[in-house]
Design a protein around this ligand. Structure first.
Ligand code: 1CP
Length: 336
């Protein structure tokens, strides 16, 4: 698997590629399965349909890795917090008040269908294609649990981080334990590597970033790596800014996702010498295509030539991306 070789530090050229949210609404075949499932959560908990949408982009574009089709919010739901997806508005949860309502022991029974999806996908994927398992990073999942919705404001979480840090840490402790068990389940079911999505890492000031982002990520990564020698883990502390280098040094990740705002050459200069990057093409360029997309792609490819790298976007694909631009993206990488 080219993808795993790159994570092991081999310079594979052209670099392996996958795209965040590569299964999704820009694909008509996804929309058809989504309609069949009814709602989004039912799709995530239906191994037949979830495996199908995981495989769709691999068949169509030949990416080097598939990512399990699920969502970072399945874990809080499995812990007992209500979750619904309001059509066109994103996730809604009853904001968490009392951690004694969360039940670690009941979660595996609820997320069992997700592990079944992993098993099925691994059986059906071509041998050369890696399967990425994932979870949200604890800080990011806590943002949704405490605020009850997404969007990036997370005012309640940010206030609690100052006014009741003990409460936030208690939530993070539960999530850290639950995430270790959940990701171990994905590895046991056949995931070839893992990714931790800390999509909202950037809302925390430096001292909180260390406590709420770096520490729990480090605990998860060291627990999983000690139980699974050779396992590779990608971190994605989105909008970490200058905290990126400290995150890479301290957390123990094997590779790090770069958001769109980070200059890849500046990241190379700031992070340890052998850091493997993934990203950071602006998803808007994938929508626009043409010369702006190709120029930006060639610039990334130029910056990473001679080093292990994983080609990807700086954030997820949007539903309005034309498939032809994805086809072109693959051609440009393969011709590089
Ligand atoms: O309408 C639909 O079909 C639902 C849209 C959708 C999809 C396709 C959601 C709701 N989640 C997903 C799938 C998903 N989510 C995957 C599947 C695999 C793939 O990449 O193809 C993954 C890895 C995620 C992870 C996820 N969910 C993150 C981290 C990555 C990121 O985008 O930053 C986050 C923050 C979420 C929460 C979430 N789930 C869905 C939405 C719309 C959101 C964001 C809400 C917000 O604006 O805060």
């Amino acid at each position: 698997m080219k993808f795993i070789q790159a994570l092991q530090g081999e310079t594979v050229w052209p670099p392996p590629v996958w795209l965040m949210r590569q299964a999704g609404r820009y694909l008509p075949e996804y929309r058809a399965v989504r309609a069949q499932a009814g709602d989004f959560i039912s799709l995530c908990l239906n191994p037949t349909l979830a495996a199908e949408v995981t495989l769709q982009p691999i068949r169509k574009f030949g990416f080097d890795a598939a990512i399990l089709f699920s969502d970072i919010l399945i874990l809080p739901m499995a812990l007992g917090q209500g979750l619904r997806f309001a059509e066109g508005e994103g996730p809604r949860l009853p904001p968490l008040e009392d951690i004694s309502t969360l039940r670690l022991g009941r979660a595996p029974g609820i997320y069992a269908p997700v592990l079944e999806t992993v098993r099925r996908v691994r059986t059906e994927l071509p041998e050369k294609t890696a399967l990425i398992g994932f979870a949200g990073g604890p800080a990011t999942v806590a943002c949704y649990m405490l605020d009850g919705q997404g969007g990036g404001d997370f005012l309640r979480t940010r206030k609690l981080a100052y006014e009741d840090p003990g409460f936030v840490e208690a939530v993070l402790d539960i999530l850290t334990e639950a995430t270790i068990a959940y990701l171990q389940g994905q590895v046991d079911a056949g995931a070839n590597c893992l990714m931790l999505f800390e999509s909202w890492a950037g809302i925390f000031p430096a001292a909180q970033f260390r406590k709420f982002v770096i520490n729990p990520n480090k605990r998860i990564i060291s627990a999983l790596k000690s139980r699974n020698p050779g396992l590779k883990i990608i971190g994605f502390p989105r909008l970490a800014g200058l905290m990126l280098a400290e995150y890479v040094r301290e957390s123990g990740v094997d590779a790090v996702g770069l958001d769109t705002v980070t200059d890849i050459r500046a990241a190379q200069a700031a992070c340890p010498e052998n850091t493997i990057f993934q990203g950071n093409l602006d998803p808007l360029l994938l929508k626009l295509g043409g010369k702006p997309m190709e120029d930006a792609m060639r610039d990334i490819l130029h910056a990473v030539r001679g080093r292990p790298h994983i080609f990807n976007l700086g954030h997820g694909i949007t539903p309005d991306v034309p498939e032809a631009n994805v086809v072109r993206l693959m051609e440009v990488i393969r011709a590089s």
